[in-house]
Design a protein around this ligand. Structure first.
Ligand SMILES: Nc1ncnc2c1ncn2[C@@H]1O[C@H](COP(=O)(O)OP(=O)(O)OP(=O)(O)O)[C@@H](O)[C@H]1O
Length: 308
């Protein structure tokens, strides 16, 4: 797959002297959904704003579809749609007009058929003549997406598309994103919600302190770093891990009522059977057992901690 956006050694130092991006390099593949995950202040918005030409980089290079965002900005910008974090819309403007106007801002000739397609795709067609103000929060977000798609961009940036949105609406947004990808739009979204990346991303980029810690296929990241945990519930509490099981890396759960064993599920020999046998031999009153796959969240927390 070819890179549609290429970021090389990007540095951004704000006027305050704060270095928000420290030599970031990143290739975004055509047609993918890339989720940029990172804690508050990691530099996510700075990165996408720089790619979109809103923030001027201190140094480094960005190309979009081969067009340099500095020397060939008009062509680069035409390929990009940006859905900002904040809902900033003209309250009295009508939906259709607002989206058509957004198209005009890119110097594209009016194309009511395209605007109709976009509004239909976002389930906004029956709201086309409505003013924006009375629309629900979810509908307003859809209008923002429609505006960003008005000029037929090939790359869509969504900055925190579901911040402060309820669960139902979040799933709704995910469906919209999947739909857009199915039409060949490359999508980059920033998010705090790890479950969001887990649900829809093809690749995950983790950014912290202005640096990209990793970019990897979600599935391989989870397989590579994912660990499993075996939790053994005990019928009676114990004060400490029995001597016979020392060196097994067990942790005692709260109240001494469980033992937790962490293992690499990709290994042929996980050690579970031996462990359970040893537990019985040690006379532990096993009440129940359960396993848990570590989530992207566990991986993320570990990585960000290690990166500090
Ligand atoms: N215009 C600015 N002037 C000075 N510092 C800024 C400016 N904009 C952002 N910063 C700082 O740069 C850092 C990165 O900010 P940025 O908004 O890119 O992070 P983020 O990862 O998007 O965070 P959040 O998840 O909170 O939106 C923060 O420490 C922020 O305070």
């Amino acid at each position: 797959m070819t890179a549609i956006v290429s970021v090389r050694d990007l540095v951004k130092t704000y006027d305050t002297g704060f270095r928000a991006l420290k030599s970031v390099s990143l290739d975004i593949r055509e047609g993918e959904i890339l989720a940029l995950l990172g804690p508050n202040g990691a530099g996510k918005t700075t990165l996408i704003s720089t790619i979109c030409g809103i923030v001027r980089p201190t140094s480094g290079q960005v190309t979009v579809g081969g067009h340099d965002i500095a020397s060939d900005w008009r062509a680069a910008r035409a390929m990009i749609g940006l859905v900002p974090q904040e809902i900033a819309l003209e309250p009295f403007e009508k939906v259709f007009r607002s989206v058509s106007y957004a198209r005009g801002l890119y110097g594209k000739p009016p194309d009511p058929a395209h605007v109709e397609r976009v509004l239909r795709q976002l389930s906004l067609w029956d709201k086309k003549d409505s003013a924006i103000q009375p629309l629900s929060g979810g509908m307003k977000r859809r209008v923002l997406i429609a505006k960003a798609l008005a000029h037929e961009p090939r790359v869509l940036f969504l900055d925190e598309p579901t911040a402060g949105v309820d669960v139902e609406l979040r799933k709704d947004m995910w469906a919209v994103v999947e739909d857009l990808r199915a039409q060949g739009v490359t999508i980059i979204l920033t998010t705090h919600y790890i479950e969001e990346a887990e649900a829809i991303a093809d690749r995950v980029g983790i950014i912290a302190g202005g640096e990209i810690l990793l970019v990897e296929d979600k599935a391989s990241l989870m397989a590579r770093m994912g660990r499993k945990e075996l939790k053994v519930d005990l019928a009676q509490p114990i004060a400490a891990v029995p001597e016979a099981l020392a060196g097994r890396g067990l942790t005692l759960g709260t109240g001494g009522l469980s033992l937790v064993y962490s293992y690499d599920a990709t290994q042929e020999r996980t050690g579970i059977v031996t462990l359970l046998t040893e537990m019985r031999a040690a006379g532990l009153p096993i009440a129940d057992i359960a396993t848990r796959q570590s989530s992207l969240e566990d991986i993320f927390v570990d990585l960000v901690r290690a990166g500090r």
